[in-house]
Design a protein around this ligand. Structure first.
Ligand SMILES: NC(=O)c1ccc[n+]([C@@H]2O[C@H](COP(=O)([O-])OP(=O)(O)OC[C@H]3O[C@@H](n4cnc5c(N)ncnc54)[C@H](O)[C@@H]3O)[C@@H](O)[C@H]2O)c1
Length: 370
């Protein structure tokens, strides 16, 4: 139960917290006495935020075999030792689940790494396999949540909503700098038509757009209204380009200056997938060439270290993100595509089921093996 005075009351422990973080080292979830009796499986939950606890605790009621301890530390080689005595750990996109971290987790007796997200580019899967650590993830949790944010970003940059909001607050009712374009009848180019990309295709169709797509596999559920084209053709024809493919060797920096030059002038670019799909320095070059009507990014290359942290009091020594934000046609959000009530509940449910399966040795489609 959450107190109103900056205090979490959980079982028989009370812990004060600051702002949106769980500032204590360890907060046991549920009634502590359960952990010694009916809840033998111990899960250490790294980089926990208030909203994680809020979404996991109600779902935990349905998994009486599991005890969760939430800590606010991020998982990295230095904090992996905190998992000593735990059966599994739970981590997120910004964790460092590289070889060194995994070695330490293995020494601590951890049997499973449970990623509470779809992407796992921050996990050394090969190393985990060598060490006999099972890696599981949440491949799907409300793909529409991410797709809806992608369209939100596209529309917000198109109609300069962030500027309009501030102008009206300042009693400035002029329209200067707010002119957008119609999406109806224009062409949306969707890169990657898996779960989220397919949802984005459906949203774009709802806007009355022509939808073209590029993927290494065609999604049969989209055949009625999506035209698959080559990546070059997609760049050349699209008025809105939205990225929904995973980050891999062959997609790293797929948005580079060479490809930006193939795009139409006045294109809108949205990335809700992974930051490194875009070469940020070359994106800035493209913005300076006036290529883009708008750029909406929920993910960006420098996000590690920033994501879900309040750094508002810090002086940024060097930041390519700050440079990006100096442009009037760029809007950046901080990896919030997944952040809806429905998605969080689904993540909690799947993660705890993944723990049950991992400990039981049950292989499921949620296993990450390569
Ligand atoms: N912003 C957020 O909060 C958030 C939340 C969840 C997922 N994501 C990101 O969204 C991405 C997409 O998620 P999803 O659930 O739709 O994944 P998915 O696996 O269902 O779909 C990915 C699609 O990309 C395609 N693909 C693979 N290689 C490609 C290539 N070289 N070029 C084009 N397409 C290629 C695959 O064939 C597949 O159809 C994830 O990789 C993840 O990084 C972001």
């Amino acid at each position: 139960m959450y107190g109103f005075d900056g205090k979490i009351v959980s079982g028989n422990k009370s812990v004060y917290f600051q702002a949106d973080t769980l500032s204590s080292l360890i907060i046991a979830s549920g009634n502590i006495s359960h952990s010694t009796k009916g809840r033998p499986m111990k899960l250490l939950f790294y980089a926990a935020k208030i909203y994680d606890k809020k979404s996991f605790d109600p779902v935990l009621e349905r998994f009486p075999e599991i005890t969760i301890e939430y800590i606010d530390h991020e998982l990295d080689p230095g904090t992996a030792m905190l998992a000593d005595g735990y059966d599994a750990i739970c981590a997120f996109v910004s964790a460092d689940v590289g070889a060194e971290t995994l070695e330490m987790l293995s020494k601590c007796g951890v049997k499973a790494v449970l990623m509470r997200c779809a992407g796992y580019n921050n996990v050394d899967v090969k190393k985990a396999k060598e060490l006999g650590i099972v890696v599981k993830r949440v491949p799907a949790y409300s793909p529409e949540s991410v797709a809806e944010l992608a369209m939100t970003l596209a529309m917000a940059v198109n109609r300069r909503i962030y500027k309009a909001y501030n102008k009206v607050r300042e009693n400035d009712y002029t329209l200067k700098g707010l002119r957008g374009v119609l999406l109806y009848g224009k062409t949306a180019g969707i890169v990657g038509t898996g779960k989220i990309g397919a949802a984005m295709c459906r949203i774009c169709r709802g806007f009355g757009m022509n939808v073209i797509a590029y993927d290494v596999y065609e999604n049969p559920s989209l055949k009625d209204f999506v035209e698959y084209v080559s990546l070059d053709e997609l760049f050349a024809r699209s008025d809105l380009i939205s990225l929904h493919c995973p980050l891999m060797d062959n997609t790293y920096h797929m948005i580079n200056i060479e490809n930006i030059k193939k795009m139409k002038d006045g294109v809108i670019l949205v990335n809700t997938s992974r930051g490194a799909l875009v070469n940020t320095e070359e994106l800035i070059e493209g913005i300076r060439l006036n290529k883009f009507l708008g750029v909406g990014l929920d993910v960006y290359e420098e996000e590690t270290g920033n994501v879900y942290e309040d750094r508002s009091d810090e002086i940024m020594m060097h930041s390519v993100t700050s440079r990006l934000l100096s442009f009037p046609n760029v809007l950046i959000t901080s990896h919030q595509g997944f952040y809806t009530v429905e998605a969080l509940e689904s993540i909690a449910e799947t993660t705890l089921q993944n723990m049950m399966d991992a400990i039981a040795g049950t292989v499921t489609p949620n296993d990450v093996t390569e």
